[in-house]
Design a protein around this ligand. Structure first.
Ligand SMILES: *Cc1c(COP(=O)(O)O)cnc(C)c1O
Length: 490
């Protein structure tokens, strides 16, 4: 029997995986979830013998089961090739305290590449399978890293156009420069006067706007999403949890069947949710530690059962985690309750009152770290291990220390590393030694290379010398009209 996907909010239309990928979001505004989470049909001892691509195939065929083997392998081969600067794709580094799963070896040196290098292939294949011949317009809101990774993935892909919205003052200098220098005739990058939540909410609204949708349809366009609300983003992320497990066995830090904890620096809750799917599919996961920065909505939620966004939005040195509305949490609410009416009610409460209450036991634990704790962690890990963490990964590493300190849990752990320190060089350098405070962003990249003794990654070399190709900035309530007009140029 084929695996079907349905909306978290109760819409009765069930769809296949390829249809869910194509649509991005359900008609009622809910997110697509698998009606049942498939179980792996291989033993964990087999993981050790598989390379990334083979493992990706073995996992994805279960989640995206209406793709043929040939289709899926072609998508995987196209995605995980020498775009990645490490043949392992997602190598594991060890420190005394844990394994560190490096997900930043792709084109934009952040973990979004893991899914966004394959999503365009999955989307094109899905369009073909479903007889969709309209131009697919990707609308994406970004807190910094998704935008660039999506632009790289979709640039010059026939039959697609991509518009990326980012908070004008809410991304790092390197992130911004990466996006506004993007080449490709089908790409468009727009700054928004507002924060990430403003961007994401406006984009979701444009997506489900019936008037805009029907107008576009009549002109030969259809929307999809490259955000982690798309199941085509989530499914590929499940793979590296299995891969990390295999590498921890190889490193001798666990034996087959042992439990493993993961600590994940979290924003939109997409990455860590993929870890939950891995566990449900049969990976021996112990705890999933959800690490937040000072925007600690999720920490409070896991501690108290109350999700409350009525608070100040804080700009931190881990901007990709500066989020109050973690979209993918909606999927977890569904899986824990299996009650779409309930989820729908909670989401309505979030929309009207900015909060809801939900308590259910789970394998999730919340931790959060302040800016100074994050900086101290970068410094101490560098001094102890001669290994440089980026700011997001440091939030997680600090979260691991706090979790172990509080619980005494001795289960081996993997910290999921989501960005290269070079992407946030300015903050990282200041954390290592305060004498570097105030260093200009691009100068910091070169200095970090000297201090850490590692080469500047190719994707950001000479980034400051590339021509700026996008310089539009609009108000958040102009997004809909902007989309309407811009699309005609694709
Ligand atoms: C996107 C991102 C995160 C947050 O991941 P989610 O899936 O949104 O929870 C963390 N770190 C970095 C560097 C990111 O780019």
């Amino acid at each position: 029997m084929a695996l079907l996907y349905k909306s978290t909010r109760g819409d009765k239309k069930f769809v296949t995986a390829s249809q869910a990928i194509l649509r991005g979001i359900a008609d009622d505004g809910g997110l697509y979830v698998p009606t049942n989470i498939p179980k792996i049909d291989f033993g964990t001892e087999e993981i050790v013998g598989m390379d990334y691509k083979e493992l990706a195939y073995r996992v994805l065929r279960l989640m995206l089961d209406d793709f043929s083997e040939e289709e899926l392998r072609a998508c995987i081969d196209g995605a995980y090739d020498d775009k990645f600067d490490d043949p392992l794709i997602a190598p594991l580094t060890e420190t005394e305290e844990c394994g560190v799963l490096e997900l930043f070896h792709g084109k934009t040196i952040a973990f979004k590449d893991m899914a966004l290098s394959i999503l365009p292939y999955l989307l094109k294949t899905s369009a073909k399978k479903n007889g969709e011949d309209r131009t697919v317009i990707i609308l994406t809101a970004t807190s910094g890293d998704t935008g660039k990774a999506a632009l790289e993935g979709f640039a010059n892909v026939d039959g697609t156009g991509i518009i990326v919205f980012f908070p004008q003052d809410g991304v790092s200098d390197v992130q911004k420069r990466q996006m506004i220098t993007q080449e490709g005739k089908n790409t468009c990058v727009v700054g928004i006067k507002g924060n990430f939540d403003d961007c994401q909410t406006a984009v979701k609204k444009a997506f489900t706007d019936p008037e805009l949708k029907s107008q576009l349809a009549s002109e030969g366009y259809v929307f999809s999403s490259a955000n982690s609300i798309n199941i085509g983003r989530l499914a590929p992320q499940i793979v590296y949890y299995f891969y990390a497990y295999g590498q921890m066995i190889k490193a001798g830090r666990i034996s087959v069947g042992d439990k493993l904890n993961f600590v994940v620096p979290t924003g939109n809750f997409g990455n860590i949710l993929a870890g939950y799917y891995a566990k449900e599919m049969g990976l021996p996961v112990g705890k999933l530690v959800c690490a937040s920065n000072e925007n600690k909505v999720l920490y409070d939620f896991f501690k108290t059962g109350v999700y409350d966004i009525n608070r100040k939005f804080i700009l931190t040195s881990s901007p990709s985690m500066d989020i109050l509305i973690s979209s993918n949490l909606e999927r977890l609410l569904y899986h824990l309750s299996e009650d779409t009416d309930k989820v729908k009610g909670l989401m309505e409460g979030l929309g009207s009152a900015g909060k809801y209450e939900f308590s259910e036991d789970s394998c999730f634990v919340g931790e959060y770290s302040t800016e100074s704790e994050t900086f101290e962690t970068i410094k101490s890990v560098f001094e102890k291990e001669n290994y440089v963490l980026d700011t997001h990964t440091a939030v997680a590493y600090s979260g691991l220390r706090k979790y172990v300190g509080e619980t005494g849990d001795t289960t081996p752990s993997v910290v999921v590393s989501t960005a290269s320190p070079f992407k946030f060089a300015k903050s990282v350098l200041a954390a290592i030694d305060s004498k570097y405070e105030g260093t200009e962003a691009f100068e910091a990249v070169g200095l970090l290379s000297e201090v850490s003794g590692t080469a500047v990654p190719k994707p950001i070399k000479d980034l400051d010398k590339r021509p700026i190709l996008h310089d539009i900035c609009i108000e958040k309530d102009e997004i809909k009209d902007f989309v309407r007009n811009r699309i005609r140029q694709f």
